[in-house]
Design a protein around this ligand. Structure first.
Ligand code: ATP
Ligand code: MG
Length: 654
């Protein structure tokens, strides 16, 4: 194992408002293990139930696989997120909305949120939406996105949030697959300097899927002054339509296992999966995981920069903070538009105390240089978080030392659309931190590393990351394809859930994510995670980002190819030899790359993750069977990469 050996003791964050002592954390783990039923029923008490559950887990990973939690409980999730806060914090701000280009932020209290959600709930009912039907929400980061999700929850409709950057094909496919009956979208919205044509794309999607989709109505939020064509009878202006309705709506009582929402995964490893989560277990998990890591105190403002179309947007922007009575921020800003350091300005302006973003954003912000950060105050921050991809120790330390000025713990949290909430992550101020590690499983979770031969690894070691028993926020199925669900997650090691990721565990039980299991590179018997190579390269500050892949090699089985993005101010400075030497010195001779490609960009999903499966094909010069590319953010990157790789190969052969 090659990871960082630096540790930061929990006590380093003087004055951090910890939720428990290390001894209490240990006691909690022990209790969860000894009496899981009692433990989870206690955690279920975090939320408001119409009828309290008496059962905890009642499913099985065997046979057909059935995941059920709190089965005899009844609830409506919107009550936990809104109504129950009205007694003692009706006038507290629930949602801070920042829109790029506008001077003022909008502050929505719990009381106002209640009224706006109920109005929309009435409108949706009036438009004929029934409990269990699907509503597609495709909006920029505006408060209506949160209101729409909560209004669906209130009437028992299943929301399907779709990313605004999807193509018409991508949207059409998801509308048909989910069977959505109503769409909530925007006219058009700016994203940085670009105008994203939400309504136009939606119209195209509906046109393309004519005869296959079930959409009968569309509500259009006018978030900008663009005019768009409205189809009479089908399309309605959101605000004009909704304001006619009353501000009370009796929440529909749901069974714990009624579907809550479905959400498509990022598509990093193949065709996106439509993951289904249910009402009771999801909300308990959102409240528990966010409450353990991002504890809200009065006055706290949590800003998670994820789009609501991803699981982090569901759990960390919306349901976790609101279930816990906090203040959450929604912003459509970009990190460096219109000026570098834009996000740091917003942290100061909105007095953000907990900031949570993706590792790619951290790398992009780091590449802007320290001065950009140092010019801002950032004294309101007390906690920094990250999730979505492995964070290099180097990026972690920069985030911690420069952004957090060494005062704020950094919580690297590992989770998936399928897990709904944080699985691995530190309890800030309670646990020792290790830069580059996602720490340990939250209390109540049991994980295993399993090697090539299916053997469970004890203590230190590396292998596929499996979860040994169900947790309340576990995905229940893949929409319309339970067999794919069973095969994808439950067949690798019967009785366990397979995450698809590879990880190492150190002597202290801390986990270090290595990348996707399928991407692990096997060089003459040495197994190498993509993150190990990328972490090594991250140490050279002239390198902005990199991606490692394994390519077929006659003698070694596989060889290493790396794609490297050099920082603009260091272009042409970094040589192939330096890259190779860096890897050899950090990892070993065997890891010397077969090929180094200097590129301006990498293929990414719309949620910003590097698509290594495609890089592997490109590096091998394969142009056929590229797999599902619908989740790619920018197809032109693929053509550019082929040109580079082919060009370089031709050059080498001369
Ligand atoms: P698909 O499942 O469609 O291929 P995806 O796995 O990228 O897409 P998500 O559910 O959005 O879709 O992402 C979950 C994955 O993100 C995890 O399986 C893991 O590979 C990666 N990930 C998330 N958080 C972390 C983290 N803290 N460290 C390392 N990897 C992480
Ligand atoms: Mg996945």
């Amino acid at each position: 194992m090659h990871h960082n050996t630096k540790v930061i003791p929990a006590g380093a964050y003087v004055g951090y408002p910890t939720i428990m002592t290390p001894q209490q954390l240990e006691a909690m783990r022990e209790y969860a293990q000894r009496d899981p039923k009692a433990f989870w029923l206690e955690q279920a008490d975090r939320i408001h139930w119409h009828r309290k559950p008496t059962q905890a887990f009642t499913g099985s990973f065997e046979g057909d696989v059935s995941i059920r939690w709190f089965e005899d409980g009844q609830l409506n999730a919107s009550v936990s997120c809104i109504d129950r806060h009205l007694t003692d914090r009706a006038d507290q701000v629930a949602l801070i909305s920042h829109r790029e280009g506008r001077q003022d932020v909008e502050k929505i209290t719990y009381a106002t949120l209640h009224d706006r959600v109920c109005q929309l709930a009435n409108a949706l009912k009036h438009l004929g939406v029934e409990k269990g039907q699907r509503v597609a929400i495709c909006l920029p980061m505006v408060p209506e996105a949160a209101i729409a999700m909560l209004a669906c929850a209130r009437i028992g409709a299943v929301h399907v949030v779709l990313f605004g950057g999807f193509s018409a094909e991508g949207i059409a496919e998801r509308l048909v697959d989910s069977g959505a009956v109503l769409v909530i979208t925007a006219n058009a919205a700016s994203r940085g300097a670009k105008m994203v044509p939400f309504k136009e794309t939606m119209d195209k999607a509906l046109e393309k899927s004519k005869g296959s989709h079930k959409v009968h109505s569309m509500l259009v939020v006018h978030t900008s002054s663009e005019t768009v064509s409205m189809q009479s009878g089908r399309d309605h202006d959101f605000h004009t339509y909704v304001k006619e309705f009353g501000t009370e709506f009796t929440p529909v009582i749901m069974d714990a296992e009624d579907p809550f929402f479905m959400l498509y995964t990022s598509g990093s490893t193949g065709k996106p999966k439509a993951i289904v989560h249910t009402c009771g277990g999801y909300l308990v998990w959102a409240s528990y995981t966010m409450g353990m890591v991002y504890t809200h105190k009065p006055g706290d403002v949590l800003w998670c920069t994820a789009d609501v179309a991803w699981i982090t947007g569901h759990t960390s922007v919306l349901y976790g903070p609101l279930a816990n009575g906090g203040t959450t921020m929604i912003s459509d800003s970009l990190p460096n538009y219109p000026v570098p350091g834009r996000w740091w300005d917003l942290i100061d302006q909105c007095k953000v105390t907990m900031f949570f973003t993706a590792p790619t954003a951290v790398r992009a912000l780091m590449a802007e240089g320290d001065d950009v950060v140092k010019r801002r105050d950032l004294s309101t921050l007390r906690l920094l978080g990250v999730a979505g991809e492995p964070t290099s120790p180097d990026g972690w330390e920069w985030y911690h030392d420069v952004v957090g000025k060494g005062r704020c713990p950094v919580a690297d949290t590992w989770w998936q659309t399928e897990t709904a909430g944080i699985m691995l992550g530190p309890i800030p101020g309670v646990q020792t931190l290790k830069p580059g590690s996602a720490s340990t499983p939250l209390p109540g979770l049991s994980m295993s590393l399993i090697d090539q031969n299916g053997a469970v690894i004890e203590g230190e070691g590396e292998g596929g990351l499996f979860i040994n028993a169900s947790w309340p926020g576990q995905a229940r199925t893949i929409w319309g394809d339970h067999e794919r669900f069973r095969q994808t997650y439950f067949t690798m090691s019967p009785g366990r859930y397979f995450s698809g990721d590879a990880a190492q565990r150190d002597a202290d039980g801390y986990y270090w994510l290595m990348g996707r299991m399928d991407d692990v590179i096997n060089i003459a018997g040495h197994r190498l995670g993509t993150a190990e190579v990328e972490d090594a390269l991250a140490e050279d500050h002239r390198i902005a980002e990199s991606a490692a892949v394994g390519v077929a090699h006659g003698l070694k089985g596989q060889g290493l190819a790396v794609f490297v993005i050099v920082r603009k101010d260091a272009a042409d400075e970094v040589t192939e030899k330096e890259v190779s030497q860096l890897i050899v010195s950090k990892i070993g001779r065997y890891a010397a790359p077969e090929a180094v490609y200097f590129v301006p960009d990498l293929p990414r999903t719309r949620s910003g993750k590097i698509v290594r499966r495609l890089l592997r094909k490109i590096a091998e010069g394969q142009t056929e069977n590229l797999g599902d590319l619908s989740s790619l953010n920018d197809m032109s990157v693929v053509d550019m990469l082929y040109e580079r790789v082919m060009g370089q190969k031709a050059f080498e052969q001369k």
